[in-house]
Ligand binder design. Structure first.
Ligand code: TIU
Length: 222
């Protein structure tokens, strides 16, 4: 066990039972013409964290620890897209519509891909998820059980939507969850601050938060 400086108290990292989960670092959330931009968001906030997400992924790779990537996306026939999700709000493009990077948030389209700098390498798990949480309607839970994983380190976007939802799902399933502050972002700075605060409030009701350098220091060979 390695103690990582974290809040609300040190995170007891178990290198033989931990995995990194990188949530939805996709072109659709980071580039003009994608889903995030279609909702009216400033996507440059997402591209700014790419170097720190890369440092975190590299740390896990160097340590020989598992890296799991998620992608929010839907089947081309939209059979896993509830009308309540497609018809929400007044975006310039809806999920499934043709955009400049292909169909918005549809599996296999260029815009749905993970950013090239953060692309999975051979052997890493990629979870395609139709919801905000990475456990809903995916094999993630079984994969983690098979591998004896009991701790999850989180990165990705957006902090208060898919990252927080997945952390809450994981917390209810018994995983110890640690969010890396520099490796997550929201389109709304105040929502990132609030999500981080509510995750670690009440004695870590959802999980822990830590700074990237403090985690990297504790990873073997990182
Ligand atoms: N819109 C927004 O903040 N997020 C999402 O729609 N998905 C994820 O967070 N991945």
């Amino acid at each position: 066990m390695v103690e990582i400086a974290a809040l609300p108290f040190a995170f007891p990292l178990k290198p033989d039972a931990v995995a990194l989960v990188v949530i939805d670092m996709q072109r659709d959330f980071a580039e003009e013409g994608g889903f995030g931009a279609s909702l009216g968001n400033d996507v440059s906030r997402v591209t700014k964290i790419v170097p720190d997400v890369k440092r975190l992924i590299d740390g896990f790779r160097k340590a020989g620890l598992p890296v799991i990537h998620t992608m929010e996306c839907h089947r081309p026939d939209l059979s896993d897209l509830p009308p309540a999700k497609r018809d929400r709000g007044n975006p310039s493009l809806r999920i499934g519509d043709q955009g400049p990077m292909g169909r918005i948030l549809i599996a296999g389209e260029p815009g749905t891909a993970i950013l090239a700098e953060l692309a999975p390498i051979e052997g890493e798990i990629v979870i395609e998820k139709p919801g905000k949480g990475a456990f809903y309607a995916t094999p993630l839970g079984e994969i983690l059980k098979e591998r004896g994983i009991s701790q999850l380190v989180f990165a990705g976007v957006t902090t208060e939507v898919c990252v927080q939802t997945t952390m809450r799902e994981a917390n209810d399933r018994g995983y110890e969850c640690l969010l890396i502050e520099e490796a997550t972002e929201s389109y709304f700075p105040e929502f990132k601050t609030a999500a981080i605060a509510m995750i670690r409030a009440q004695g870590g009701i959802v999980g822990w938060t830590a700074h990237l350098d403090d985690l990297l220091e504790g990873l073997p060979h990182a």
